[in-house]
Design a protein around this ligand. Structure first.
Ligand SMILES: *Cc1c(COP(=O)(O)O)cnc(C)c1O
Length: 404
C-alpha cells in the first residue's frame, strides 16, 4: 500500500512548484502580439524584474533556459581569445566555464570543490598576478545548486576592488534569485543572469540577463555579436517583437506577470525571510538525523554559506537513492538527485540527495517533506539521530529572525 496519492510535491531545486495562480494566468487563448494588453504588460514587466534583481540598470529577456543566459552573457561582453577567471563552487560555474571555452574564451578556473569554502586571498592573488589585465571578467555562481554553497558576492567584489582589477563581475543567480538575498547594484555586480523556473515560479523557458553600463560598454566594443544573443535591440525595442527577436513567449509572459504579482504582494524582503526560515528548519532536521549513528550530513558546514533555496545532503551510498525512491513511491514527494557529487556510474553516486525549497513553498510543504524523510528513514531502517521533526518545528516557531 502506498500513501502517495494526492497532490505530488516536486521538491527538487528547479523546476520549482508552479503556483495555481501562475497556471491559471497562463490558461488563456492566444493573445495578440501586435497590439493590446500583452504589449503594455511586457513594458511593465521589466521594472518589476529589475526590482527582484535589485538593479536600476538594464534587463534583457530571452526565450531560453539558464544555459542560454550563460551564452548570452558571454556573447555580449567577450570575444574569442579573451580571458576570464571562473571562481567555482563545483558543478554550475564549471558548466559556465566549459561553455565559455567552446566559444573560444580562455578560461582560468579556481575550483573550491564539492564542499567549497572560498579562499578570498587566493582569488585576490590571481587577480593581482594579472598585471596586464588580460582577465576581462570574473564569473561565479551566487548559489551553486549542486553543492548548495552560497558565495559571499559582496566579499568577492571587495577582492576584485582590493586588487584594483577592472574585470567585469558576472554572477549566475539562476538558483538563488527570489530566494536568497541578492543586491546587484549594492554589491557591485556588473552582469547577472537568472531563469524563470526556480525562485520566479514559472515553467522553464525564459531567461534574463541584467547588466550595467560597464557591461554595456563592453558590448559596444565588440566587432560582432551573435544576432540572437545580442541584447541591444532587446532592451530598446523599436517594435514589440524586438524584445524577443521574434514571436513573444506569450504564455510564459502571462505566467511570469502573475509570479511577479505574487512576489510584489508578499514583498521581496518577506520572500527572502520565508525562504531563510524554511531552510533553517531543513538544516535543523538534517543536523538532528546526523546525530549518533546517523550518517546524514549537510554538505555545507557553515550556516552563513548555506543557501535558502536548496540543501545538498550527504548520507552515504546506497541510502540516498533508497530514500529518494521511498518518498516518491510512498509519500508523494520527489527529492533532488545528488547532482555532480559523484560520477553517475560510480556507486558513491547513490549517497547524496538534495531538497529544493525554492519559490512557492510554505511551512506545511517543508514539514511534509521532512516528515516524509523521517518516515522513510524508519521504514528503511537507516540509522539516524532522534528528534529531527521537533528541531524543525522548534526552529519554525522561533519568531525572532532576520534574513542574511
Ligand atoms: C538550474 C541552474 C542552471 C541551469 O539552468 P537551466 O535552465 O537548466 O539551463 C545554471 N546555473 C545554476 C546555478 C542553476 O541553478
Amino acid at each position: 500500500m502506498s500513501l502517495a496519492q494526492g497532490r505530488h510535491y516536486l521538491a527538487i531545486p528547479g523546476p520549482s512548484v508552479v503556483p495555481d495562480r501562475v497556471l491559471n494566468a497562463m490558461h488563456q487563448p492566444a493573445p495578440n502580439i501586435y497590439e493590446g494588453a500583452l504589449i503594455d504588460m511586457v513594458a511593465g514587466l521589466i521594472p518589476d524584474l529589475k526590482a527582484v534583481g535589485r538593479t536600476k540598470h538594464s534587463a534583457a529577456i530571452y526565450i531560453a533556459n539558464g544555459h542560454g543566459t550563460w551564452e548570452a552573457a558571454i556573447s555580449n561582453t567577450l570575444a574569442a581569445g579573451d580571458k576570464v577567471l571562473v571562481v567555482a563552487s563545483s558543478h554550475f560555474a564549471l558548466g559556465w566555464a566549459g561553455l565559455a571555452e567552446k566559444l573560444g574564451i580562455k578560461v582560468d578556473v579556481i575550483d573550491f570543490g564539492k564542499q567549497p569554502n572560498f579562499d578570498l586571498g587566493c582569488i585576490e592573488a590571481a587577480l593581482r598576478a594579472d598585471v596586464n589585465h588580460e582577465i576581462k571578467a570574473v564569473l561565479t555562481t551566487h548559489v551553486d545548486t549542486s553543492t548548495s554553497y552560497k558565495t559571499d558576492i559582496a566579499a568577492l567584489r571587495g577582492v576584485i576592488d582590493a586588487a584594483d582589477h577592472p574585470a567585469l563581475f558576472m554572477v549566475d543567480c539562476i538558483a538563488s534569485l527570489g530566494c536568497d538575498r541578492f543586491e546587484m547594484d549594492e554589491w557591485g555586480v556588473d552582469l547577472m543572469i537568472t531563469a524563470c523556473q526556480k525562485g520566479l515560479m514559472t515553467p522553464p523557458g525564459m531567461g534574463f540577463v541584467f547588466f550595467n553600463e560597464k557591461a554595456a560598454t563592453a558590448r559596444k566594443k565588440l566587432d560582432r555579436v551573435s544576432p540572437y544573443w545580442d541584447w541591444s535591440d532587446r532592451i530598446e525595442p523599436e517594435i514589440f517583437s524586438n524584445y524577443f527577436f521574434g514571436t513573444a513567449p506569450t504564455h510564459h509572459l502571462l505566467g511570469l506577470r502573475e509570479a511577479l504579482n505574487m512576489i510584489n504582494e508578499e514583498g521581496l524582503e518577506q520572500v527572502w525571510d520565508r525562504h531563510k526560515r524554511l531552510s533553517v528548519a531543513v538544516h535543523a532536521a538534517v543536523d538532528a538525523w546526523g546525530q549518533g549513528e546517523g550518517a546524514m550530513r549537510l554538505n555545507i558546514a557553515d550556516p552563513a554559506e548555506r543557501s535558502s533555496a536548496v540543501t545538498s545532503v550527504r548520507i552515504g551510498a546506497p541510502d540516498g537513492t533508497r530514500l529518494r525512491k521511498w518518498v516518491t513511491d510512498n509519500a508523494g514527494v520527489t527529492l533532488g538527485i545528488g547532482l555532480g557529487m559523484a560520477a553517475s556510474n560510480d556507486p558513491a553516486w547513490h549517497g547524496f540527495f538534495r531538497i529544493g525549497h525554492m519559490g512557492h513553498v510554505n511551512a506545511q510543504m517543508v514539514l511534509g517533506v521532512l516528515g516524509s524523510i523521517d518516515t522513510a528513514l524508519k521504514a528503511l531502517d537507516i540509522p539516524h539521530g532522534p528528534n529531527a521533526m521537533a528541531k524543525a518545528t522548534q526552529s519554525l516557531s522561533l519568531g525572532a529572525f532576520t534574513s542574511g
